[in-house]
Structure formats: structure tokens, C-alpha cells
Design a protein around this ligand. Structure first.
Ligand code: HEC
Ligand code: HEC
Length: 188
């Protein structure tokens, strides 16, 4: 083994032994900061009211994007904007690490409506993941409160929430489609 290979393997070893403590520190800081969120978003990000989305098991990259969008005002909401404005970049990364690591929850709901939504859901899964668990910037929809999903789809449709793909997609959904799809994803 030449010197380059040895120093490469030593630095890889050092990198690996650093990763675990850094993640643990992020999670601990995120858990501490999350105390200010739980009054609405619930213990471990499982919210008890449909006006507050579940954050448990949500995609970390998506959470970072949304908190930054509230912070800059790109996503408008009178409750979340002032809260996000007080978060640093580190806070946002730590909170995203904490909530994305919590166990997934299911909102449950109207099973007949969910069954009719299932038939329309195929077109959503290419981005939102085969079991709607999300993927990076594409949010998890599985288990989310149906009323919250209906509100967001209507906001995309009306253009009050801006997002390239979702405005066009929601624009093509009827009120019935929106109710059925939301019931289906919430039931997962
Ligand atoms: C007073 C209640 C309240 C508190 C406290 C609160 N939130 Fe929220 N949060 C909301 C509401 C309401 C929404 C839905 C906004 C909307 O309809 O667009 C929301 C939405 C969000 C979203 C978007 C979720 C999604 O699926 O798009 C994120 C992320 C979020 N909150 C993170 C946090 C974090 C992190 C904290 C703590 C630092 C926090 N919230 C504290 C009420 C609250
Ligand atoms: C081309 C990819 C794509 C497809 C297909 C797609 N979405 Fe999305 N969806 C996104 C992205 C990206 C976001 C995040 C938008 C943002 O950053 O604000 C999103 C966000 C959402 C949200 C907001 C979730 C939250 O937690 O606030 C809902 C609800 C949603 N999509 C429902 C659907 C439904 C229902 C379908 C199928 C009819 C669908 N999407 C199809 C890309 C897609």
C-alpha cells in the first residue's frame, strides 16, 4: 500500500468516526428546539388536530425547504412565518433531523372515500414515492391529516401556495378528486 492509499484510508476512518457524534448532536439539539413546536405539532411531531400537520417522519430536505420558505415569506402563513423567522440555519437543520427521524403516524379516516382516492393516486406516486413516504424535496403524504392535505391542494390550485409542479397538478383536480386523494393518503 503506498502512502496515498494509507492516508486515504486513515482519513476515511476519521471521517466515519466523526459522523455518528455529529448526527447525535444534531438530534439532541433538534429535540431541545422542538419543545417550542410540540404545542401545535404534537409530541414527536404527531399532531392531534388537522389544522396542524404531522411532522413525524416527514422528509428532512422538505422540512428544511419549507422552514426556509416560511422564513423568506415564499410560503405565507401568519402562524409559521414569525416562528421560522426566529430559527437559524442550524436550528432548521437540527429540527429537520429530529422530526424526520420520528416514527410515522397515520391520520386514518373515511375508508370508502379513501378507496375511491386510491384509484386516482397513481399519478402522484412518481414524485411522492411508491408508498407516498416522500423522497427528498417531495413530501411524505402518507398518514397526513386529510383536512390539511385538502387545504394545501386548494392553496396550490388557487395559487396562494406557490410550487412549480403542484400548482399545475392541483389545477387539474376537481373538488371531489381532492377530497378522495386526501382521504386516501391520510389513511396510509
Ligand atoms: C401555534 C401553532 C404552531 C407552532 C407553535 C408551530 N407550528 Fe408549524 N405549522 C403550524 C400551522 C398552522 C401550519 C400549517 C401552515 C399552512 O397551512 O400552510 C404549520 C406548518 C408547518 C410546516 C409545514 C409542514 C408541511 O407538511 O408542509 C413545518 C415544516 C412546520 N410547521 C414546522 C414547525 C416547527 C419546526 C416548529 C417549532 C420551531 C413549529 N412548526 C411550530 C402551526 C404551528
Ligand atoms: C412532478 C412531481 C409531483 C407530482 C407528480 C405530484 N407532486 Fe405533490 N408535491 C411535489 C413537490 C415538489 C411538492 C413540494 C412543494 C413545495 O416545496 O412547496 C409537493 C407537495 C405536495 C403537497 C403538500 C404537502 C404538505 O405537507 O404540505 C400535497 C398535499 C401534494 N403535493 C399532493 C399531491 C397529489 C395529491 C398528487 C397527485 C394528484 C401530487 N402531489 C403529485 C411534487 C409532485
Amino acid at each position: 500500500m503506498n502512502f496515498f492509499k494509507i492516508s486515504l484510508s486513515v482519513s476515511l476512518l476519521l471521517t466515519c468516526s466523526w459522523v455518528a457524534p455529529v448526527i447525535a448532536a444534531e438530534l439532541a439539539a433538534g429535540e431541545q428546539k422542538a419543545a417550542t413546536c410540540l404545542g401545535c405539532h404534537g409530541s414527536k411531531g404527531k399532531s392531534n388536530s388537522p389544522q396542524w400537520p404531522n411532522l413525524a417522519a416527514q422528509q428532512s430536505a422538505y422540512l428544511v425547504n419549507q422552514l426556509n420558505a416560511f422564513k423568506t415569506g415564499a410560503r405565507s402563513n401568519p402562524v409559521m412565518q414569525p416562528i421560522a423567522a426566529n430559527l437559524s440555519d442550524d436550528d432548521i437543520n437540527n429540527l429537520a433531523a429530529y422530526f424526520s427521524g420520528q416514527p410515522p403516524v397515520s391520520a386514518g379516516g373515511d375508508t370508502a372515500l379513501a378507496e375511491s382516492g386510491k384509484a386516482k393516486a397513481a399519478m402522484c406516486l412518481g414524485c411522492h414515492g411508491t408508498s407516498a413516504g416522500g423522497n427528498g424535496q417531495f413530501p411524505r403524504l402518507a398518514g397526513q391529516h386529510p383536512e390539511y392535505l385538502v387545504n394545501q391542494l386548494n392553496s396550490f390550485k388557487e395559487g396562494t401556495r406557490k410550487s412549480g409542479p403542484m400548482q399545475a397538478i392541483a389545477g387539474g383536480l376537481s373538488a371531489e378528486d381532492i377530497k378522495a386523494l386526501s382521504a386516501y393518503f391520510g389513511s396510509l
